[in-house]
Design a protein around this ligand. Structure first.
Ligand code: SF4
Length: 340
């Protein structure tokens, strides 16, 4: 296994490999000054990231920078899509379900909540706070700007079908929800490492029937585990949950509930694994800080334009990794053109 500090320090494993591959390029001056002033522009005066943005950095620092730190990215390129709003809807339904008193947590309550959330999304009636205004706005945007080959109607039908399937399968993961001891849900988890604050939301923390606490992450897409692959924290799919095992106290397990597939991937959060997570965060935050001084970051393309981190990257048509004649200024221009 490579999810331990020794292997990571020796450069072994997926994440160690990703963090040292790709070519360094200089970023435009205005990107650099914008990045250097990010703490001053934040209300709390902090440099902030999230577990998701850390994973994005590991995949490709250029894509991370364009999404989070390029001044031109004002909402035209990295935008809510069909899959994102599907995930948000399912998360909200499950959140409301576990907010119910234990005795009320049964399938009829679950389906009632599902229908209420869907009604709010599709009619725009959000009085009572069943969903918030941002969720509604993102949903409407995703419907009006369908992803890939979806039509507007097709995108909406897809989301509805997937929401139903995911919710239908929930009780296969927790067949006695009235007994589930919820410790926290949709909880903000915070940590500061090398001067960078990480803020992320944990879906659910429960007291595990096998002892200790489990951090649970709901997944509405398919798992990316290869057949026979042994899950570990040295996998981008599980690293985010791994982060919560170090930012939350007394976590003994992480679980990822792949609702569509009825697959529960459960990993013990051992001290060895937690040490690995801390080492990765230390390395990533150090790299992020170095960009401020060097003005350089890596471009880390996948093996082809249509796979891995590049497959759905919204800037791949102007990314220098795939277009010899393009530069980072072309990315800035392309994002500016799409500003709304
Ligand atoms: S297309 Fe690939 S290499 Fe280029 S920014 Fe996106 S993820 Fe990185």
């Amino acid at each position: 296994m490579t999810d331990n500090v020794e292997a990571f320090s020796d450069g072994q494993g997926l994440i160690a490999g990703l963090l040292s591959s790709g070519e360094s390029v200089e970023i435009p001056d205005h990107w650099l000054s914008y990045y250097q002033s990010r703490a001053q522009r934040n209300r709390g005066g902090r440099k902030t990231e999230s577990p998701s943005s850390l994973i994005k950095y590991v995949s490709c620092p250029l894509s991370w920078f364009a999404d989070r730190h390029a001044p031109e990215n004002q909402g035209g390129v990295f935008v809510p899509n069909t899959f994102g709003v599907l995930g948000t809807a399912v998360h909200r339904i499950i959140e409301l379900f576990y907010k119910e008193r234990p005795a009320n947590r049964d399938d009829s309550t679950l389906y009632e909540i599902r229908d209420d959330v869907w009604d709010a999304l599709t009619t725009g009636s959000i009085k009572g706070g069943i969903i918030d205004a941002n969720t509604l706005k993102d949903f409407q945007y995703a419907i009006d700007h369908p992803f890939g080959n979806f039509t507007k109607q097709g995108g909406r039908a897809f989301i509805e079908k997937r929401v139903r399937e995911c919710v239908d399968n929930l009780l296969a993961f927790d067949d006695r929800p009235h007994r589930t001891k919820v410790k926290a849900q949709e909880k903000w988890s915070r940590a500061e490492i090398n001067g960078i604050s990480f803020n992320g939301r944990v879906d659910l923390i429960v007291e595990s029937p096998k002892g200790g606490n489990s951090v649970i992450d709901y997944k509405t897409g398919k798992s990316h585990l290869d057949e026979d692959e042994v899950p570990s924290f040295d996998h981008l799919e599980f690293f985010k949950s791994g982060m919560y095992s170090v930012t939350e106290p007394d976590v003994d397990y992480i679980e990822q509930w792949y609702l569509m597939e009825e697959l529960n991937v459960r990993l013990r959060a051992t001290d060895e694994r937690k040490g690995f997570v801390n080492a990765v965060i230390d390395d990533v935050t150090s790299q992020m800080n170095r960009i401020e001084n060097s003005g350089k970051l890596r471009i880390n393309p996948a093996s082809s334009k249509d796979c891995g981190q590049c497959a759905y990257c919204p800037i791949k048509d102007v990314c220098p990794a795939w277009n010899d004649e393009m530069s980072l200024m072309d990315i800035a221009e392309a994002m500016k053109d799409k500003e709304e």
